[in-house]
Design a binder for this molecule. Structure first.
Ligand code: PLP
Ligand code: 3DJ
Length: 404
């Protein structure tokens, strides 16, 4: 594809107009929306109004004017993006905290089964939180096996299978329906981490018979740094699972101010403390960037961006580690190169923002709401130039940053 052909592809892209829903700096090509989504154009105004009017003028009255329902309202807006029904999703806490709540709850309801099974190389917080969660449930243990050994490791003691749907480095995607069915055949519950899936690929939790899920608000949902996360509990599990973080916002009647804890019916019981209202405002504006956009359209564009990136990245001398089959991957593309760190640093200096994942992965987010074909063409042109002229060998690119 030539640059003109990339421009032509942008001109006929049905999602081309959606880019205007974002404020992107003109001097960079942003390919890290899989880690921190771009700023939606409406977010500054929504936040300013929320601060000045709702907080500044309406003050505490705002709790009854939309604030207290925000976790549930926003959960219901996330639901269609992940194949969930209204009342099955709530926006709250961080992904890590939501993992803890659901892992402990699932273990306590597992009828004597004691094992949480997960994948070696899963996103660290999933394994770290699982380690802490099993320590909180007497007799429970965490078993971590290689991806290819998961099916065989499911057994009569598996209480919970904890997997990340789209892997954060390789981008490999599990077949949610098949894995869920295999776990159910063994009598286990499944908890899916959708952090790299929500807003990136079509997810059909109920179609797959999924039990539990969590996911991030600040990546493809464009909710802003540290945005509230979300959790999903299938309707059929809602009455039997208890939130171990039994805070007052998950109480049936928080404002009855009782000494005893009585959980709310339905998804509201997964709240713990006072919702972070300002963060929820930004998350709501982020989710609105999906209005009128189908996941099928996003997936189709992501696949086309991927093909262009892969061909030109490999031509530049990098080895693509993300599966070629669109059904087997998410919406980012990763390459392996022993000098991934300095190459990524040189790219950032040249205005192409992707990221590095230890030890040797270069990762680029393809976010079809605001990434175009010419962006990919220019980014890979820059990558090719950096590889050809070897500028990444300069000493300054070797310096490590605190956050990668
Ligand atoms: C798979 C996965 N789970 C969880 C998280 C993050 O969790 P938290 O938002 O609690 O830091 C990330 C990214 O940070 C992730 O990639
Ligand atoms: N949450 C992050 C942060 O606070 C700082 C830097 C990066 C992140 C990320 O989201 C990392 C991301 N989950 C990943 O897949 O690598």
């Amino acid at each position: 594809m030539t640059r003109d052909e990339a421009r032509a592809a942008d001109a006929r892209d049905p999602l081309g107009g959606v880019r205007a829903r974002f404020r992107l700096p003109p001097d960079v090509i942003y390919l890290d929306g899989n880690s921190l989504g771009a700023l939606p154009a409406t977010t500054p105004g929504a936040m300013a109004a929320g601060v000045e009017t709702a907080w500044g003028n309406r003050l505490i009255r705002s709790w009854n004017e939309g604030w207290v329902e925000a976790p549930r309202r926003i959960g219901d807006r996330i639901a269609p993006l992940i194949g969930a029904a209204p009342g099955e999703v709530i926006a709250c806490d961080s992904t890590s905290a939501n993992l803890y709540k659901l892992i402990v709850a699932a273990l306590r309801a597992a009828g004597g089964r004691t094992t949480v099974l997960s994948e070696a190389g899963n996103f660290p917080t999933d394994l770290h939180v699982a380690e802490g969660a099993v320590a909180a449930v007497p007799g429970a243990r965490l078993r971590v096996v290689a991806r290819d050994d998961i099916a065989d490791a499911l057994d009569a003691d598996t209480a919970l299978l904890l997997l990340t749907h789209v892997h954060y480095t390789s981008g490999r995607r599990f077949d949610m329906a098949a894995v869920t069915a295999a776990a159910h055949d063994m009598g286990a519950t499944v908890l899916w981490d959708l952090s790299h899936s929500v807003g990136a690929v079509a997810v059909d939790l109920n179609g797959a018979g999924a039990d539990l899920a969590v996911g991030c608000g600040y990546k493809y949902l464009n909710g802003g740094p540290g945005a509230p996360a979300f959790l999903f509990v299938a309707e059929r599990h809602q009455a039997r699972l208890a939130n171990p973080l039994s805070g007052w916002f998950g109480h049936a009647e928080p404002f009855a101010f009782t000494d005893d804890y009585r959980p709310a019916d339905g998804i509201d019981r997964w709240l713990c403390g006072t919702p972070p209202v300002l963060g929820l405002m930004a998350l709501e504006a982020g989710i609105a960037t999906f209005d009128g956009v189908t996941m099928a359209a996003l997936e189709a564009k992501s696949a086309a961006l991927f093909d262009l990136f892969r061909a030109r990245g490999e031509a530049a001398g990098l080895h693509c580690i993300t599966p070629v089959d669109p059904a087997g991957r998410g919406s980012h593309i990763s390459f392996r190169h022993p000098e991934a760190w300095p190459i990524n640093s040189a790219l950032i200096e040249a205005g192409v923002i992707g990221d590095f994942r230890t030890p040797d992965v270069l990762r680029f987010g393809l976010t079809p709401l605001y990434t175009g074909f010419e962006d990919v063409w220019r980014a890979t042109e820059t990558l090719g130039a950096i590889m050809a002229d070897g500028r990444w060998r300069a000493a300054r690119y070797a310096e490590k940053a605190r956050v990668t």
